[in-house]
Design a protein around this ligand. Structure first.
Ligand SMILES: C[S@@+](CC[C@H](N)C(=O)[O-])C[C@H]1O[C@@H](n2cnc3c(N)ncnc32)[C@H](O)[C@@H]1O
Length: 395
């Protein structure tokens, strides 16, 4: 990652590893974590109006230290001058940002990852967004460590999170939401209708038109729902998740399937070479269309993808991220999106240089896809440790 040295997380972890630290100990611990040399830490440059010579790195560490004090994550050790340690809140595994705190977690030449609540971060943005691609927390009965809204709160939760994004959505821009298909009525094998309520609310309250409900078929999804499929035997194992695609202006939608064409099959190429349709005119689909002789005889650049995307959950990029994150002793994200799915949607729905955002950033899959495709990106993640883990993807 260009320009990346250390983050707020490294300063927090320096306290986690070192227990109680004075400032000199803190500088050394952060430098060791970030792989800095003594000379980097000692290098001074003129700072402030008086242009007095100071270390910019130590100054940045002190800023982060100040942030930790303000957030109540470190406390002064009683009776010891200038010595600080983590508070009980600071020792917890996942640290949510306070509702009004937004801090730069890391950046690349194309994007910014912010540690903060998405409502706070995006309500301050004033720039056209071309695509929001996100997978919000699911309405789980038993919530994950990062917290999930209940089913009753869910529609309002999503509408509130999407409002500042839709306000900045460029004409014909897209919002894509990957949500769960596996939410059931209480003690029942019947599926919750929360998805239907959500789609209607996005149209009624935010004016988002539904372009499609793509199917993400995940062949490596573990079998489930266990209770209803494996034990009671009244349901089938789930193989897919819905990916809703909306736009604010269908007539001007910025999608272009020519950006995501797939290679033709050998069989199709041979068919084109033989001159395409050779049989007598035939009418299909109750007259909706008919094939004339010679149809499909012109070579085309590729096959238009279908709206069923088959992608396993994991890939080499995710495996590497997991390894790097585990080495840092950080929590592993339980629900990242497949990179190839995000890559496909970013390329289909935006052009290079446009702005792609993810308000529920997680491990930054959308951002990684945008970075790979030369799109600008921005994301907000509530949990410090998760956004720090995401940084490993951009090294
Ligand atoms: C399903 S995960 C997203 C995973 C992500 N798409 C990826 O591929 O890594 C949802 C994420 O939203 C984060 N989150 C929950 N509430 C949030 C909020 N109010 N603002 C920002 N992030 C939030 C959670 O901490 C979690 O990492």
């Amino acid at each position: 990652m260009k320009g990346f040295q250390f983050t707020l997380f490294d300063v927090t972890m320096a306290y986690a590893d070192g227990g109680t630290l004075d400032n000199e100990g803190l500088y050394q611990a952060v430098a060791a974590r970030a792989g800095m040399q003594d000379e980097d830490l000692a290098r001074k440059e003129p700072i402030g109006k008086a242009a007095s010579l100071r270390s910019p790195i130590k100054r940045k560490i002190r800023w982060y230290q100040q942030t930790l004090k303000t957030l109540g994550l470190i406390e002064h050790v009683p009776g010891e001058r200038g010595i600080w340690r983590l508070t009980d809140a600071g020792k917890k595994k996942l640290h949510p940002a306070k509702p009004t705190v937004a801090l730069l977690a890391f950046s690349t030449d194309l994007g910014l990852a912010i540690w903060g609540d998405c409502n706070h971060v995006f309500s301050r943005l004033d720039e056209p967004i071309h695509l929001c691609l996100t997978s919000p927390p699911y309405p789980l009965r038993r919530s994950r460590a990062y917290g999930n809204p209940s089913e009753a709160e869910y529609v309002d939760f999503i509408i509130r999170a999407m409002e500042p994004i839709v306000k900045n959505l460029a004409p014909g821009g897209s919002v894509v939401l990957n949500v769960s298909n596996d939410i059931f009525e209480h003690k029942s094998p019947a599926r919750s209708l929360y998805r239907e309520r959500l789609v209607l609310a996005l149209y009624d309250r935010l004016g988002l038109h539904k372009m499609d409900e793509l199917i993400w078929h995940n062949p490596s999804k573990p079998p489930g729902p266990t209770w209803w499929a494996s034990i009671n035997r009244v349901q089938l194992n789930v193989a897919w998740e819905p990916v809703y695609w909306f736009t604010n202006d269908p007539a001007r939608v910025r999608a272009d399937n020519r950006r995501v064409l797939e290679p033709h099959t050998e069989q199709h190429l041979r068919f084109v070479q033989r001159g395409g349709v050779t049989w007598e005119p035939k009418v299909y689909s109750d007259g909706a269309y008919q094939h004339r002789p010679g149809a499909y005889s012109n070579p085309t650049a590729g096959r238009i993808p279908r709206n069923l995307i088959r992608q396993p959950h994991t890939c080499a990029d995710l495996r590497q991220t997991r390894e790097a994150v585990a080495k840092l002793g950080l929590p592993i994200h339980g629900a990242p999106m497949p990179l190839a799915l995000a890559q496909f949607l970013v390329e289909f729905l935006t052009e290079p240089g446009e702005l792609v955002v993810d308000n529920f950033f997680g491990w930054g899959t959308t951002a990684k896809a945008a970075e790979n495709a030369g799109r600008r990106w921005m994301g907000a993640e509530l949990m410090l440790e998760l956004v720090r883990g995401a940084a490993e993807r951009f090294r």
